[in-house]
Design a protein around this ligand. Structure first.
Ligand code: 5AD
Ligand code: SF4
Ligand code: FES
Length: 346
């Protein structure tokens, strides 16, 4: 069918929904200036020109899983592994605090070295030092009891991308030891426990179809998350998908704009993967409706070891350098970096 992309854009803005075929047409459209501009207008209605910052601390690159796409996968034996101690993490947080950050994302592979007790200790130490700050965890699939313990310790938010809402596609990205039902269970548990939840997916992961992407949007409608993180798939040489094509920048930008129109209130980051696929990718993401950036606060010495994919940006810079670089970039495209805790505006 032949759709008028501008009409679809207006309809999505007004209805916050479209049919599957219409969504597929919009995802797949070329030259979507009007789509991106409309998403930017909706973002400005709700958030003005504010871009929220979260300080990202990648505290372990060990992982017990073997996702076919990810450089941290257990079977990647060419990667040097590292772990940060509670003290090192708190040091990153303090540096971040003096740079103006009021919210952190503690991200890592699924590393059993960090017991629930240790994670809770880190979270409560962080909250005790900075009660005015929000703590986000991004440490994968855990039991309800574990999520409950982190929440009690003070964790406010949790990021767990669903990766793909289609079971067959999920199977082609993960070994049998990982189950999409468990991931969905985790996301439901996190919501029930009162976390602000972030989910999302990669754009252009191997075997992904347009129908899969429509299913991802439907899944997000059901989950109704506060944050939605997407970025292009980028190959990592030491993974089974090392020879696969990278995702498409323009499709990723269309999806950011579509997400903004479907979920006007959502916190949508202009991701590091977007900045890696194109030098101005994050700026383009902001102009298409994204309103969050996540500068890297990890210690310089370990940054290049957190290699989800090849050629990741921001591995050679100090926290302060990343922060001021982003400040300039955000200003450069007409927005303003704000350092408060940046709650969702429902
Ligand atoms: N390319 C792009 N994104 C990736 N991620 C993992 N590996 C890759 C890759 N090769 C994303 C996943 C994960 C998040 C932390 O990083 O979506 O949830
Ligand atoms: Fe581990 Fe996450 Fe990488 Fe999968 S995507 S291997 S769970 S770090
Ligand atoms: Fe990290 Fe530019 S944002 S160096």
């Amino acid at each position: 069918m032949n759709f008028n992309i501008n009409k679809l854009t207006d309809k999505l803005r007004n209805m916050r929904d479209l049919s599957d075929a219409e969504l597929a047409a919009l995802i797949d459209a070329q030259d979507c200036d009007y789509l991106h501009k409309t998403a930017d207008a909706v973002r400005r209605e709700r958030y003005g020109i504010d871009v929220y910052t979260r300080g990202l601390i990648e505290f372990t690159n060990y992982c017990k899983n073997n996702c076919y796409y990810c450089g941290l996968r257990k079977d990647n034996t060419s990667l040097e592994r590292y772990r940060l101690t509670k003290e090192q993490i708190l040091e990153c947080v303090h540096t971040g605090y003096t740079l103006g950050f009021r919210t952190w994302v503690l991200q890592g592979g699924e590393d059993m070295y960090y017991s629930d007790e240790y994670i809770c200790e880190i979270v409560s130490a962080l909250k005790a030092a900075h009660p005015d700050c929000a703590v986000t965890l991004s440490i994968g699939e855990k039991s309800y009891e574990s999520y409950e313990a982190y929440r009690r310790a003070g964790a406010d938010r949790y990021l767990l991308r669903h990766e793909t809402a289609d079971d067959t596609h999920y199977r082609s990205l993960h070994p049998d030891s990982m189950q999409s039902e468990n991931r969905r269970r985790c996301l439901q548990d996190l919501k029930r426990l009162g976390y602000q939840v972030g989910s999302g997916f990669m754009v252009g992961s191997p075997h992904q179809t347009l129908e899969n992407l429509v299913a991802d949007l439907r899944f997000l409608q059901e989950l109704d998350p506060d944050m939605i993180g997407i970025g292009p798939f980028l190959p990592h040489a030491d993974t089974p998908f090392g020879g696969e094509e990278k995702g498409s920048l323009s499709r990723c930008l269309n999806l950011i704009a579509i997400l903004r129109l479907m979920f006007p209130y959502a916190l949508i980051p202009a991701t590091t993967a977007l900045g890696t696929i194109h030098p101005l990718g994050r700026e383009m993401g902001l102009k298409a409706g994204a309103n969050v950036v996540m500068p890297n606060l990890s210690p310089k010495g370990v940054r290049e070891l957190y290699t989800l994919y090849d050629n990741k940006i921001c591995t050679g810079e100090e926290a302060a350098e990343c922060r001021s670089c982003l400040d300039k970039r955000v200003k450069g495209v007409g927005y303003r970096l704000v350092a408060d805790i940046g709650n969702v505006k429902r």
